[in-house]
Design a protein around this ligand. Structure first.
Ligand code: BTN
Length: 247
């Protein structure tokens, strides 16, 4: 561990190599050491995990961090993924000007259409959300291991460090999480939609045991993806992988 290098109200625990920063954050919460906006980072992860049980390749140079966020309603906690996605897009746009960074439903960030960051949200009890974020800063994973095309910020000309990305992300995240706490999801939804990839475009959505297609019609007021299936009407999607077919 090293000293705090994030501005209040964040606090920082920096580790060298861990299994998963989400597990470290959970361990801190269970040991009574949780604090709102406590960020755990690790130089590398030996068991980094992504959504839907996937492996998250976590070499040194990339950002692996998990933030403990105090919540009061587990039912709305997943909205924090949209808060973080907006913050990441704004941070990346400031760090790497001129690159079209966008939000991809539900919790990814794309650079020129390729994934450069993902999130894994896990509750701990009813009081804490663990918001795990992985950013490919220095290197993207090898193509063979991927379900989406990926790229690293370094591939786009960024020559800073994972610590620079964390600082920019935290600076963008704090006002947004305060906004969400005061005003709820509506302003976050609006900000996310403005930065979203593919609204109005055809998409394929892979669900557990089913693949469906339609037009990405938007986000509802709880964060579900609205899929326009023409004569079959709109379908609300709560979890799935979205693909944009090549046109
Ligand atoms: C995804 O896109 O599938 C989510 C990736 C989340 C990766 C981050 S890295 C920090 C935290 N620790 C983990 O084990 N996973 C998340």
């Amino acid at each position: 561990m090293s000293e705090n290098t994030l501005p209040a109200p964040f606090s920082l625990v920096r580790l060298d190599s861990v299994g998963s920063t989400n597990d470290e954050a959970r361990r801190l919460a269970l040991s009574g050491a949780a604090a709102d906006l406590l960020v755990v980072t690790a130089r590398s992860q030996s068991a980094g995990r992504g959504r839907r049980g996937r492996v998250w390749v976590s070499p040194p140079g990339n950002l692996h961090c998990s933030t403990l966020i105090r919540i009061h309603n587990l039912a709305t906690a997943a909205q924090l993924g949209f808060v973080a996605a907006v913050a990441l897009v704004d941070a990346f746009r400031a760090l790497v000007p001129g690159i079209p960074f966008t939000c991809k439903w539900p919790n990814d960030v794309l650079a020129e259409g390729r994934k450069c960051a993902g999130m894994l949200l896990e509750p701990e009890g009813t009081d804490w959300l663990i918001l795990g974020i992985g950013v490919d800063v220095a290197q993207a994973p090898p193509p063979g291991e991927l379900v989406y095309p990926a790229c690293a910020l370094a591939d786009l000309g960024f020559d800073g460090t994972d610590a620079d990305v964390l600082a920019a992300y935290c600076a963008a995240f704090f006002p947004l999480v305060e906004c969400w706490r005061r005003l709820g999801f509506a302003p976050i939804r609006e900000a996310w939609v403005k930065r979203a990839r593919g609204i109005g475009d055809p998409v394929v959505v892979r669900l557990e045991g089913e693949t469906i297609s339609g037009v990405f019609a938007g986000l509802d007021d709880e964060g579900a993806l609205l899929l326009d299936q023409g004569p079959q009407g709109h379908r609300r999607i709560l979890a799935g992988d979205v693909y944009f077919p090549a046109v």
